[in-house]
Design a binder for this molecule. Sequence first.
Ligand code: 1QQ
Length: 406
Amino acid sequence: MKRLFTLILPFLITCALVVACDRAETPTASNTPASSSNPSSISAIPIGIAVAQTSNVALLGQEQVIGAKIAEQLFNQKGGVNGTPIKLVFQDTAGDEQGAINAFNTVITQDKVVGIVGPTLSQQAFSADPIADRAKVPVLAPSNTAKGIPQIGEYIARVSAPVAVVAPNAVKMALKLDPKIKKVAVFYAQNDAFSKSETGTFQETVKAQGLELVTVQKFQTTDTDFQSQATNAINAKPELMIISGLAADGGNLVKQLRELGYKGLIIGGNGLNTSNVLPVCKALCDGILIAQAYSPELSNEVNAAFRQAYVAQNKKEPPQFSAQAFTGVQVFVEALKSLDNKTKLNTLSLEQLRTQLNREILAGKYSTPLGEISFTPEGEIIQKDFYVAQIKMEPDGNNGKFNFLK
Ligand code: 1QQ
């Protein structure tokens, strides 16, 4: 019995991979399990994209969907994984932990993906990533910047540089623009893991720069009324305010601070790093500083192709979240290619493929829209260049853009 199991098991696992691959494509007669013993029947390699397509968090997740789809198209045009196309499988995480858990379970168990790009929030990653890690499915976090993400497990790496590296750049830029800044107020969403992590970095940076932290105000990402926090902060007379929250709440907080008469500089954290905040604070978004892990101007071949495809489709420059999601897919494609060059993918069971792919991801070096990147053995991104942008609104308040500062 045991022997039979040993003989059959590899066959079953191979079938699982092949069937999963076939499911990602339109089924045809040649895609039936009968042909699955022939590995050449793999028609496309499924990669899971588990990000927020609904809820308030979709303000951020929408940009990830766009970036991932451009990557799918571009890399498939270039022959996919040594001739086999990839197929992105999208599962909506919505904005909370349970949504992310459900999406991860679906892509792992039902869609049988080789790896996952997702989820959108660190708050979701701390709940969903352990599921992928236990299932030994590699995850590339496209936008999980809180402290501790790669440490969730062996199978978790990120293409989104941590707040500890990115956020201080915004404070330094604020001081460059206004060297007279002395007093700083910070705000953060206390129900969000990323916001808590980011405010920690901002508060440390403020102190390290010799500035005075005059007040720390808390809110919830679901809040819409910030009158009491905004009034408290204004009363402390800061010359700089720093907000760690998400797009809708963050945008509303900016709006209410300006309406109450605050005139100084405002730094928005990564949760405000999308043009989807512009309709929230309109003309009052003008001047917000936001640190960036991506610049459309980065000069390399893959960014040129990504940027061109993005601009053609969206008539504006690509945002960071699209570039990072693109990069997540790119890393999967390149790691799959390099694994296939060593061991033909169609000779591996799904389980073997996922494990070996994880090793390959961590060992590689990639030329991406974010520049040259690689990973520490723990899965932390190693990235060189960071930037700061400032929102510039047109006077009508209906249009605006992110200007990259020097
Ligand atoms: C995190 C983030 C979010 C603001 C990105 C969408 O950086 O949750 O870690």
